[in-house]
Design a protein around this ligand. Structure first.
Ligand SMILES: *Cc1c(COP(=O)(O)O)cnc(C)c1O
Length: 393
């Protein structure tokens, strides 16, 4: 009997493992900058690319390679490259394939630093960008120019959990010979597969669900062997936004529990969304797993779960939202997400403080909006904490 290919939970435990001659059970941490060669001829062959061994940890390291391979297997991508942070991954994925004179179209609702890269940084180097409402396919089409090389989006978006139709936007990109890059942090590789939907490149902040325990920064870019060879490989090798082997090792070991954590967090988020949806102190509830989400049809096509984040507006504007945060005892106030600890954020005054009043209105980020990243605590305790805090609103 032939065995079927390993399923995601098995890949998360074993994928990419390479044992050293000591036969260790747990993947080894190769905290080394460089590698030695048995003789000068071997060094020459390695630099010539005739021998595939390691040269220097700015661009390749055995522990980092195990993390990259495990991520590629989980995503169903041909290959992956790890970076020092999620922003290093996003910036590298954009800069490596753009030149002055090219044009970028991106969804307006982006993580703050991603928006800086697209809106402020790229234009300084002769790459103008157009920001569109990511939900509006006609807006994407209308923004395309002959020079458009890259489309960029995040879905679901931060913090309002809106959804972009990844397959339709990939088609628009490809009709114009452009590449679609998707930031898949909010959905995670477990619940959304942008490459299978037609995207060309996927980026992650591994700082979020992949670590999932609030310890270290990291990022990953996943794509085809060809795209990485044509664009990303040399860019990373020569500019060096490299991940520490130590952080790659932490992230590699974190992947072993990734599915357990994300499934539990998503189930708890779905439950808390149901609790909040009917609550008199909650004005609006935004959760991709709820049937009344305005894009429920697209979500059914492209997401396997509503995810681990819930956004909601309280009664009483900013004061109401702040009162709720103050009254929480178990849920902590922090801007991170995907963590084992449940975290609540007031985006208008923190992560999105840089945006103008008009931008905030356009993105639906009101003074009353809170974003909750659901952790691994007992969901009954989280529910009790939220319900008690809502009484303070
Ligand atoms: C956190 C985050 C990033 C940036 O990742 P860092 O690891 O903090 O650099 C990018 N995109 C999204 C959607 C994020 O949530």
């Amino acid at each position: 009997m032939t065995r079927p290919p390993l399923r995601p939970r098995s890949l998360l435990v074993h994928g990419g493992s390479e044992r050293s001659r000591f036969g260790e059970t747990s993947e080894a941490l190769f905290l080394t900058q460089g590698f030695v060669y048995p003789d000068a001829e071997a060094a020459e062959r390695r630099f010539a690319g005739e021998d595939p061994g390691f040269i220097y940890s700015r661009f390749s390291n055995p522990t980092v390679a195990m993390f990259e391979e495990r991520m590629a297997l989980l995503e169903g991508a041909e290959t992956a490259r790890a970076t020092a942070s999620g922003m290093a991954a996003v910036t590298a994925a954009m800069l490596c394939q753009l030149s002055a004179g090219d044009h970028v179209v991106a969804a307006r609702a982006l993580f703050g630093s991603c928006r800086y890269v697209v809106e402020d940084l790229l234009p300084r180097f002769g790459v103008p960008s157009t920001l569109v409402d990511g939900r509006d396919l006609d807006a994407w089409r209308a923004a395309m120019r002959p020079q458009t090389r890259v489309l960029f989006l995040e879905s679901p978006t931060n913090p309002t959990l809106e959804v972009c139709d990844i397959a339709a936007i990939a088609d628009i990109a490809h009709e114009h010979g452009a590449v679609l890059v998707v930031d898949n942090v909010f959905a995670t590789a477990l619940h959304q597969k942008p490459l299978a939907l037609g995207a060309d490149v996927v980026v992650y902040s591994a700082t979020k669900h992949i670590d999932g325990q609030g310890r270290c920064l990291g990022g990953v870019v996943l794509s085809s062997e060809k795209w990485v060879a044509d664009h990303l490989h040399t860019f990373l090798r020569q500019t060096g936004p490299s991940i520490s082997p130590f952080n790659a090792w932490v992230l590699l070991k974190s992947l072993e529990t990734f599915a357990l954590r994300v499934e539990t967090q998503a189930a708890s988020a779905a439950h808390l969304a149901d609790v909040l949806a009917g609550h008199p102190k909650v004005k609006t509830l935004l959760y991709p797993g709820r049937p009344e989400h305005p894009q429920a049809q697209i979500i059914a096509r492209q997401m396997a779960s509503g995810g681990t984040l819930v956004a909601f507006e309280t009664e009483g504007g900013k004061e109401g939202a702040f009162r709720l945060c103050k009254a929480l005892e178990l849920i902590l106030i922090s801007n991170n997400l995907g963590d084992a600890k449940s975290l609540i954020t007031h985006p208008a005054t923190t992560t999105h403080q840089r945006l103008s009043k008009e931008d905030l209105v356009e993105l639906g980020i009101s003074d009353a909006l809170l974003r909750l990243s659901v952790g691994l605590e007992d969901v009954a305790d989280l529910e009790a904490d939220l319900l008690a805090a809502l009484e303070a609103v």
